[in-house]
Design a protein around this ligand. Sequence first.
Ligand SMILES: [Zn+2]
Length: 292
Amino acid sequence: MTARVVVGDFEITLVRAGFYWWDGGAMFGVVPKTLWSRRFEADEANRVRLGFNCYVIRTGEHTILVETGAGDKPDAKARERMKLAAALALPEIVAGQGIDPESIDIVINTHLHFDHCGGNTVLTSGRARPAFPRARYYTRRGEWEHAHERHVRDRISYIDANYDPLVESRQMQLLDADFEIAPGIEMKLAPGHNRDMTVVTATSSGQTFCFFSDLVPTAAHVTPSWIAAFDLFPLQAIDTKSRWLEKAAEGGWICGFAHEPEMAFARIVKTEESFLASACPADRQTGVPVLP
Ligand SMILES: [Zn+2]
């Protein structure tokens, strides 16, 4: 199934690098299970099904891959814990969506948790090589530095083979500030999940696509107080998220979530006290065709 939208002159495709199962309590933090279980059905180990969502933005000039999923580095134990099927390599998944993986010339990592940059590199005889040799990779310098701090709270989320070889070869550029990667494509700081995570916006002819990354991991997380237990700065996550959702609702943006298992693209609707995510239907009149 292909899910694709047109945003101005850009064409944006969901590339789901597989599904995984993760503890529902960790996903929803202080939200009681009696509430979140209305949205997600948990398995016998209390895990819920989630996606590794990547998006390809084709601007005409550039082919930009946002995130690269979990890749090939999680070991057998981790794969079992997440019920990870033997995954195809990301370039093959990209090709399966009708996009030539060789055409990818920019890769964006919103942050460096293993589930967002695992497909940056592939392991061959113990050596990590770039999965997208032509591409320039981007992430925030503060995030890369934090990855190397190895804090006991989140060191499990970082696997250096996903980024260090690219930093060493200078194929990955570490950013110190918000940055326009290509005309209309921006990485902007959105702290809360961690200190240096970014969101990605793609704006063309007055229309905007926004990838929220783990600021809004699933459509259920548009309720501002529904945040994951692993967000490092919960109050900041709520404030940052509320601000971005407000902008998305006002601007009529088309949005993508990092781990949403169903909705490929959504618009944000502001209600009296909260927000709703409304799936983008196949609708030629609004110029937002989501092709089945
Ligand atoms: Zn994530």
